[in-house]
Ligand binder design. Structure first.
Ligand SMILES: Nc1nc2c(ncn2[C@@H]2O[C@H](COP(=O)(O)OP(=O)(O)OP(=O)(O)O)[C@@H](O)[C@H]2O)c(=O)[nH]1
Ligand SMILES: [Mg+2]
Length: 292
């Protein structure tokens, strides 16, 4: 598994440049440089302004690095931990997002996590848009060693999701992790398929999907927030998974999630392997930005 520190090395190396080894003295911190780096990392402009103001007005004896750390942590809010619940049998999670954001890989990683917790996950390949959409997840299910329900290309995605819940109930699987086709947030007919999928799942199991998680590619920076808002208007999102944090130099947009979307960041992808999904930890995230 890739550690946070390695994963965030791109942004960290930038931030390091502005803090001298004896970080803490205002004279040794070039606030203008810091401002530029934070903005370049897609930290929201409003927060950058607030940070600059606070750093410039704080008493000299205070460590600038600690102050910055505190301000960033405050912006992320309380960590939202996710635990697999037995309140629903099965617990159904719908994953959605734009093309290539990492949905299929995340579905597999989540199944792996659930299995590690002694559960019997069912992966559902509802991506019937592409020829390889469903079969890609089937391969993952074999690797993870879990049940799978899929559909042929062109099949009704809502029907596939319905069948997966049906099969999960019959086989005693829990959770059901539903992968969906990638879609651009601006394409209306494709977006309309999402509420249809939800209605279909709810028909088979009242209350399903119990969780709707948007998968956001960290390398997109602030654009990911725009996408999430549009998806949220179509199907209310209950959680966020950030993928590809390992390669991103725009991780600063994570500081926009709470204020702009008011949805918790639950997991982050720190690599391509099946074990590279970890619960989002605000402290580890912020420390990885400043670590030595
Ligand atoms: N480095 C890195 N790569 C990732 C991560 N998550 C996914 N990927 C890679 O991103 C690429 C796309 O991943 P998929 O899971 O196929 O994305 P998708 O959202 O299902 O794509 P579509 O179904 O085409 O919309 C693959 O090459 C993955 O290996 C991550 O956390 N880190
Ligand atoms: Mg996919």
């Amino acid at each position: 598994m890739v550690a946070w520190a390695t994963a965030l090395s791109k942004t960290r190396n930038l931030i390091k440049q502005v803090f001298s080894p004896s970080a803490g003295d205002v004279d040794e911190l070039n606030v203008e440089d810091l401002e530029e780096i934070l903005l370049r990392s897609d930290v929201p402009a409003r927060l950058v302004m607030e940070i600059v103001e606070q750093l410039e007005s704080a008493p000299r004896k205070l460590s600038r690095k600690n102050l910055l750390r505190d301000l960033l942590l405050k912006e992320l809010g309380e960590p939202a931990s996710f635990t697999w619940t037995s309140a629903h049998k099965p617990f159904v999670i719908l994953l959605l997002g734009v093309n290539g954001s990492g949905k299929t890989t995340t579905a597999a990683k989540l199944a792996r996590l659930a299995k590690g917790q002694g559960r019997k996950p069912m992966l559902c390949g509802s991506d019937t848009f592409r020829a390889a959409g469903s079969s890609q997840l089937k391969l993952w299910s074999e690797k993870v060693g879990c049940d799978f329900t899929g559909g042929e290309m062109g099949a009704d995605a809502a029907g596939v999701a319905y069948n997966a819940i049906d099969a999960a109930i019959a086989k005693g699987c829990d959770p059901v992790i539903v992968d969906s086709a990638g879609r651009m947030h601006t394409k209306t007919p494709l977006m309309d398929e999402l509420p249809k999928m939800c209605r279909s799942m709810n028909k088979r199991l009242a209350g399903a999907p119990h969780a709707v998680w948007m998968v956001l590619d960290a390398s997109l920076g602030q654009n990911a927030i725009i996408q999430a808002k549009q998806f949220n208007a179509v199907v209310p999102i209950t959680g966020i998974v950030i993928t590809k944090l390992d390669g991103s130099s725009k991780a600063g947009f994570l500081f926009s999630v709470r204020s702009e979307l008011n949805v918790p960041i639950l997991f982050t992808g720190l690599g391509e392997g099946e074990d590279d999904l970890v619960p989002f930890n605000p402290e580890e995230f912020v420390d990885a930005l400043f670590g030595d």
